[in-house]
Design a protein around this ligand. Structure first.
Ligand code: HEM
Length: 485
């Protein structure tokens, strides 16, 4: 019912938007044509398609089938070259590929381009989250997150993540024959971000509330009852109320010296910044929501794809298991893992990096030109969007020999990867702020899963869908049984 409603709304909205945007674009086009005539540079090649709709349908069709690169980018690259223009949902867009383009656009964040998210994402994450910030505010939030994920911070986080993973496996895997690996990883990632990174206790119903918000993040911006976006906005209001209470309670505790703002979790540090006037209450709230969003489907998908590769490549599975058993042999029974142990998980990290090369959790992201940009003899007019993709380098034989082959040895330490080639975590000033947490989350999960359980995939070749982030279409069920230790 909800999806029928979404369909009707989509149709009506699209029709109205086409008419309106056609008129706006016609006026804008005259403006940008005049600017271009003045500086005599040409636009990149490519098809803009029908007014407003452009190539949106082809783009979404390919994206839903997780074939964005193969069915949308690659054929256009073959026809037009590594830089081409298109039109998606009323926005003129230039798609770029290759390490040089990645470096140019990602490192010129704030100077030539700014990150550009759909209006639904901005409304649901909140206009005050890091993704919308520039300058001092952007730097401040990154610095606070980095202070928790510094090497001393990570040492303190490792045992907390270990307890979360062990508790999760005991509660949700023990006594069960089949578990949804993707669902399990999502639940666990949620707990790790809230409890280990932010220092907020997870309570019942919280995950469902956050997931309802996440479902609307890339939906159509139609806030009519029954639509995904409407449900997400309502859930966002509930979360706002809940997080506001948590923030105000924490503020009282810090002001009353009941808790130490310097304890190794993020929320007290953000609230201390709030007390000192460095950050506002709405900024704290929006960043809490954003961090959960940024970590949730990305880390869970990465975990799911590592496990898929381990199941498909038994030799690789044996080598990973060997690495973890060696680590265990050096420890007393029940002794917790340390950051030093994590550093020994070198081969597991190679496997993870290779899995994220083939199955990047984020296909790329959009930037918006804040000035007219000249690049490779073309002009990208101010206001146009630029899409860089991970696939543009990850799947290119120029950078990775036989690119579709799974080969973790590509990431041996002796073979350094040139900059802006391997980009699952992005690059430049907006490179992923949670990279270290994601790494710990994945490695520690794999450690306990492999050493405590025998497991196998229920559907070895389960399809991957994308909406707009990738996910295994059946939730990746696995058969599990505890190892006899
Ligand atoms: C495997 C897991 C993850 C992947 C693949 C991933 C990927 C990315 C990518 C590609 C970007 C850059 C987006 C852009 O250029 O527009 C990004 C940004 C970001 N990520 Fe992650 N991420 C992961 C996990 C996490 C986690 C666990 C957190 C924190 C809890 C996090 C927090 C952030 C934040 C805050 C940003 C925005 C940085 C900024 O705007 O300065 N991510 N991530």
């Amino acid at each position: 019912m909800a999806s029928e409603m979404d369909f009707v709304l989509t149709f009506l909205l699209s029709f109205l938007s086409i008419m309106l945007t056609f008129l706006i674009l016609k006026r804008r086009k005259n403006g940008s044509d005049n600017r271009m005539k003045r500086n005599k540079k040409k636009l990149p090649p490519g098809r803009m398609g029908l007014p407003w709709i452009g190539e949106t349908l082809e783009f979404y069709k390919a994206q839903r089938r997780n074939q964005l690169f193969e069915e949308f980018v690659q054929p256009r690259k073959a026809t037009h070259g590594t830089i081409f223009k298109t039109m998606l949902m009323g926005s003129p867009i230039v798609v770029v590929s290759g390490a040089a383009a990645n470096r140019f656009f990602l490192s010129n964040e704030f100077k030539l381009v700014v990150s550009s998210w759909p209006s639904t994402s901005v409304q649901l994450m909140g206009p005050n989250s890091i993704m919308e910030k520039q300058g001092d505010h952007h730097r401040y939030i990154r610095t606070v997150v980095a202070s928790i994920l510094s090497s001393t911070g990570l040492e303190a986080i490792v045992p907390k993540i270990c307890s979360c993973v062990k508790d999760h496996l005991r509660l949700h895997w023990q006594g069960t024959d089949v578990v949804s690996l993707f669902g399990s990883a999502k639940m666990l990632t949620f707990t790790i971000v809230l409890e280990c990174l932010l220092g907020v206790q997870v309570e019942s119903g919280m995950l469902e509330m956050f997931e309802r918000v996440l479902e609307g993040v890339f939906a159509l911006p139609v806030a009519l009852p029954g639509s995904k976006f409407y449900r997400a906005k309502r859930a966002r209001l509930e979360i706002e109320r809940m997080v506001t209470n948590i923030v105000r309670k924490k503020r009282k505790e810090i002001e009353g010296n009941i808790v130490d703002a310097e304890e190794g979790v993020l929320l007290p540090r953000l609230v201390a910044g709030l007390i000192r006037g460095k950050i506002s209450e709405v900024e704290v709230i929006d960043n809490v929501v954003l961090l959960v969003f940024a970590a949730h489907d990305t880390t869970s998908f990465a975990i799911a794809m590592v496990c898929r590769m381990l199941a498909h490549y038994p030799t690789c599975h044996s080598l990973v298991l060997q690495e973890h058993e060696d680590i265990m042999r050096g420890k007393r029974p029940g002794e917790a893992l340390t950051l030093e142990d994590i550093k020994k998980m070198k081969y597991t990290w190679q496997v993870t990096r290779e899995s994220m090369r083939l199955f990047p959790p984020i296909f790329g992201s959009f930037r918006k030109a804040i000035v007219d940009i000249e690049y490779e003899g073309f002009i990208i007019p101010k206001g146009w969007k630029v899409l860089w993709t991970t696939y543009g380098t990850h799947y290119d034989a120029e950078y990775f020999n036989d690119p579709l082959r799974f080969d973790p040895s590509r990431f041996e330490e002796a073979v350094p990867c040139p900059p802006y080639v391997y980009l699952p975590f992005g690059g430049g000033p907006r490179v992923c702020a949670g990279y270290q947490l994601a790494k710990l989350n994945i490695l520690i999960f794999v450690h306990f899963m492999l050493t405590l359980y025998d497991w196998s995939l229920v559907y070895p070749d389960e399809a991957i869908n994308t909406d707009p982030l990738p996910f295994p279409c059946h939730g990746m069920p696995i058969k599990v049984s505890p190892k006899s230790l």
